[in-house]
Write a protein that binds this ligand. Structure first.
Ligand SMILES: Cc1ncc(C[n+]2csc(CCOP(=O)(O)OP(=O)(O)O)c2C)c(N)n1
Ligand SMILES: CC(=O)[C@@H](O)[C@H](O)COP(=O)(O)O
Ligand SMILES: [Mg+2]
Length: 634
């Protein structure tokens, strides 16, 4: 089938299973060949081809509402809702979003990107539907990984209490990004592999009673799904006891099983949990045999060999620079332990986990728990490193305030993916953490200019004993491999002058230092001398240096790859106001007050003006207005 011709999923209603099998094969071929070019979340999407087809065959989107948890597995949904032709632009600048996007389609009723929000969204929609006396299905699709997220459990608790009609589809493929972890995961494992339990007759009657009117007549259907009910065992009763009707586990690649169970679930009153077992990466051997998470989200790859298309032996990833230095610290200090909320592969922590399994904790998709667990470890004398993406740290704000900063506990946050991350787009940009860390009393916030300073900062963070300290670093690779020499600890709150200059001082943070240096070099040819300062501590500021610059009357330009609101530039403004340095010209450059969509970091930085060209332009403006002020004063 030419998938580009699909405009609406309605054509599926009358499709027979044989034709669905052919369509599934076409979709798999489409996914494998297109994502080989663009990159994307190939593993998760290959695992939900049959499930998505049967969902759109059984229900009537967009009247019936699908909420895709995390949303990285919604490519098949996008193909079936008229967007196949856009896949050449997947996750690219102004192209197709890699997650559900309401502005793209009426079938995308709920936007995701962060995990474990679908059930709460579904509960909200169920309440709205019932208040409106409307009558449509609400179908959140949540993975076994996302189910480990605290929000999901909060929602299960409420949904089971409210008993409003909804069909929760649990897509259980035994994987998070990496292998899934936790007691919930273990329980699902028991369900998946349960031996044949004799299910009591009353179990069937118990279930049939839930189907108003039709109950008796469904005996034949019940007989057909009886085989799956055989697994209705103790741990299956967990969901029953939570107020759900549990159905499954069923083969998520069998159209017959899916159709039977979904039709059955439609008729059951109250919340249903349909436990669907799928295989991540199904239909493409390299992805299907992936047991560590390599094929969860990929760059371009060669289809035949499964080789990834990227520069071999390039400079190390920033996360590797950091994790290697943490390992050195752990060798010397037995108090060092590492906690990650489900991102051991992304944060390159596998080696640490192999070397120090007793000091490594993957807590699942549970950032709030991870943060307060780190506080608990620090309170009891350990040196916990909380390894976490900037965007996912947003989920643990109160834990940072209430448990870490307020108790002034010695937690070392290594915050990965800081700045514009690119293809993941709006939901993943790491641009807010400075604003929500800087205002916390006791918090130290720092960001290195390069990989060598990165190593020195890890040492500094591990040596720091006076409370919480956070080190930010970007997604992607460092400019080069760090040098072998032992790095020195950096004095807290110290900045570094990188170039001499008197006309303007540029206070640049992290990734903005290189473009600032390029701008300074350009302006030197125009006889404008620029002092570029590595503002490596966002909190505390280097107040001595700032006072000196202000007393000299040097105009200031702050540059940061974080939102301007409450960012580093705001800190400098606050300092100047507090110390009455009012006659100093200052400009701030940063991320504007809007969400930044997907694209390459380079394209996005250009879009928001964080380039060396624009830095130079801002410096020229400062010089010009400074010159005009001098003339007026003369
Ligand atoms: C709050 C949050 N933390 C971490 C992530 C990173 N992440 C993206 S997908 C994923 C695993 C999801 O596993 P599962 O729900 O089982 O979906 P699958 O990929 O197996 O289909 C994780 C941890 C995220 N998106 N949101
Ligand atoms: C969907 C999701 O949240 C993760 O897959 C995320 O995309 C991983 O990000 P990195 O690719 O930066 O590790
Ligand atoms: Mg999973």
């Amino acid at each position: 089938m030419d998938l580009g011709k699909i405009q609406h999923p309605g054509f599926l209603k009358d499709m027979q299973h044989g034709d669905l099998e052919k369509l599934a094969a076409d979709i798999r071929h489409f996914l494998i060949t297109n994502i080989a070019k663009t990159g994307g979340h190939i593993g998760p999407n290959l695992g939900v081809v049959e499930l998505t087809l049967m969902l759109h065959k059984t229900f009537s989107s967009p009247e019936d509402k699908f909420l895709w948890d995390v949303g990285h597995q919604a490519y098949v949904h996008k193909i079936l809702t008229g967007r196949a032709n856009q896949f050449g632009t997947l996750r690219q600048y102004k192209g197709l979003c890699g997650f559900p996007k309401r502005s793209e389609s009426e079938h995308d009723v709920w936007e995701t990107g962060h995990s474990s929000t679908s059930l709460s969204g579904a509960m909200g929609m169920a309440a709205a539907r019932d208040i409106k006396n409307a009558n449509y299905h609400i179908v959140p699709i949540i993975g076994d990984g996302a189910l480990t997220g605290g929000m999901a459990l909060e929602a299960l608790n409420h949904i089971g209490h409210e008993k409003r009609k909804m069909i929760v589809v649990l897509n259980d493929n035994e994987m998070s990004i990496a292998p899934n972890v936790g007691a919930m995961h273990n329980m699902l494992g028991r369900l998946r592999t349960a031996g044949k339990y004799k299910w009591a007759k009353e179990e069937l009657e118990y279930l049939l009673k839930k189907i108003p009117v039709m109950g008796g007549k469904l005996a034949s259907t019940a007989e057909r799904v009886k085989d799956s009910l055989k697994y209705l065992m103790v741990s299956g009763m967990f969901f029953e006891e939570m107020g759900f009707t549990y159905l499954g586990p069923l083969d998520g690649h069998s159209f017959e099983e899916l159709e039977d169970h979904l039709q059955y679930a439609k008729k059951i009153d109250g919340p249903v949990l349909l436990h669907v077992v799928t295989k991540k990466g199904k239909g493409y051997t390299p992805a299907e045999s992936d047991s560590i998470g390599t094929w969860h989200g990929t760059g371009p790859y060669k289809i035949d060999s499964g080789e990834f298309v990227k520069p071999v032996n390039g400079p190390p990833a920033w996360s590797k620079v950091v994790s290697d230095e943490i390992i050195k610290g752990a060798e010397k200090d037995k108090r060092v332990a590492v906690i990650t909320p489900a991102m051991p592969v992304g944060s390159k922590l596998e080696t640490f986990a192999d070397l120090y399994p007793e000091r490594f904790f993957d807590v699942g998709i549970a950032e709030q728990h991870a943060t307060t667990m780190a506080a608990g470890m620090a309170a009891d004398g350990m040196k916990p490193v909380l390894s976490i993406y900037s965007t996912f740290l947003q989920r643990a704000y109160d834990q940072l305030v209430h448990d870490v900063a307020r108790q002034n506990l010695n937690v070392f946050l290594t915050i990965d993916r800081c700045g514009l991350v690119g293809a993941d787009g709006e939901t993943h940009q790491g641009v807010f953490d400075v604003s929500f860390l800087r205002h916390l009393p006791n918090m130290v916030v720092m960001m290195p200019k390069d990989e060598n300073e990165g190593q020195a900062m890890v040492k500094t963070g591990l040596a720091y004993e006076d409370g919480p300290i956070a080190m930010r670093f970007p997604r992607g690779n460092a400019a080069a491999a760090p040098t072998e020499d032992e790095k020195d600890i950096i004095p807290i709150g110290s900045w570094e002058e990188l170039t001499e200059g008197n006309d303007v001082a540029v206070l640049a943070v992290g990734t903005m230092i290189q473009p600032a240096l390029e701008a300074a070099a350009t302006l030197r040819a125009e006889n404008i001398s620029v002092k570029v300062i590595n503002a490596r501590f966002i909190k505390p500021l280097d107040e001595a240096m700032l006072h000196k610059l202000c007393q000299q009357g040097t105009p200031l330009l702050t540059v940061e790859e974080t939102v301007l609101q409450g960012g580093f530039g705001s800190a400098v403004l606050e300092f100047m106001e507090e110390h009455e340095h009012r006659d100093i010209a200052i400009k701030r450059m940063g991320v504007p007050d809007r969400f930044i969509e997907h694209g390459s970091p380079k394209e996005l930085l250009k879009e928001i003006g964080l380039t060396s060209t624009n830095i130079a332009a801002q410096i020229r403006d400062l010089c010009k207005s400074e010159h005009q002020n001098h003339q007026q004063r003369a």
